[in-house]
Design a binder for this molecule. Structure first.
Ligand SMILES: [Ca+2]
Ligand SMILES: [Ca+2]
Ligand SMILES: [Ca+2]
Ligand SMILES: [Zn+2]
Length: 222
């Protein structure tokens, strides 16, 4: 009798938590493909999904590709936190899968104490991804920070590869800090650490060099 009472009490205590948790799908991460893409073996999911293991593209963020210098560190960060971890997925109700068959989702990491951490947000705060807000999904990244995206790294939706105009590699924009003499690709991990108040933008490498700046040895701009 007493045991049942405590079980009931526990269930009542957990009820609000369960209601708040995005439980459209719950599973374990079996593979980290790169910083913003993972495979999840599902333990439970709603009727939208028919597969047992799905590939998930983190919604509204973009980590550097593996072919770039910043790709492996981003993958290492995601691996550190998510490999074999238990996650809850808030799947995008508007588009579901993207053009590559990956489920678009916000990934919530289940901490040992039961709390859920928005991993999409963690990735941005760790400088391993830019915010890249697509309007075709249900998510608004500003919500992750209580209404205001911090000045970390924000990509415009219009810079999507399909619509980005071809530019010569010597064209910018490049960025530098008023506190140093290096200039970077905007995607460089060091560029992303420059405080907004110190940020200088150059439209070309010629302009950066004319201002006395030299190429960063990490991202190696022209
Ligand atoms: Ca990416
Ligand atoms: Ca959803
Ligand atoms: Ca969005
Ligand atoms: Zn750089």
């Amino acid at each position: 009798m007493r045991k049942q009472f405590y079980l009931l009490l526990l269930a009542l205590l957990l009820l609000p938590l369960a209601a708040a948790a995005p439980d459209e799908a719950i599973g374990r991460v079996t593979k980290v493909v790169d910083g913003d893409t993972i495979d999840v073996q599902l333990q439970s999911h709603n009727s939208l999904i028919s597969e047992d293991t799905i590939r998930v593209r983190l919604a509204d963020v973009d980590s550097p590709e593996m072919s770039t210098l910043q790709g492996p560190p981003a993958k290492a960060y995601t691996t550190k936190w998510l490999q074999s971890a238990q996650v809850s997925l808030d799947l995008d109700d508007q588009t579901g899968k993207d053009a590559y068959g990956r489920w678009v989702a916000v990934v919530y990491l289940q901490k040992p104490n039961g709390t859920l951490e928005n991993f999409n947000r963690m990735l941005v705060e760790a400088y391993q991804a830019c915010v890249w807000d697509f309007s075709n999904n249900e998510f608004n990244p500003a919500d992750w920070w209580g209404g205001q995206i911090p000045a970390v790294c924000i990509k415009e939706e219009s810079t999507a590869p399909a619509t980005r105009p071809a530019v010569s590699s010597s064209n910018g924009p490049f960025v530098g800090s008023s506190k140093s003499n290096k200039y970077h690709y905007t995607s460089c991990q060091w560029a992303q650490k420059i405080k907004a108040s110190n940020l200088i933008t150059f439209s070309s490498s010629a302009e950066a060099r004319a201002a006395g700046y030299v190429p960063c040895k990490i991202c190696n701009p022209p």
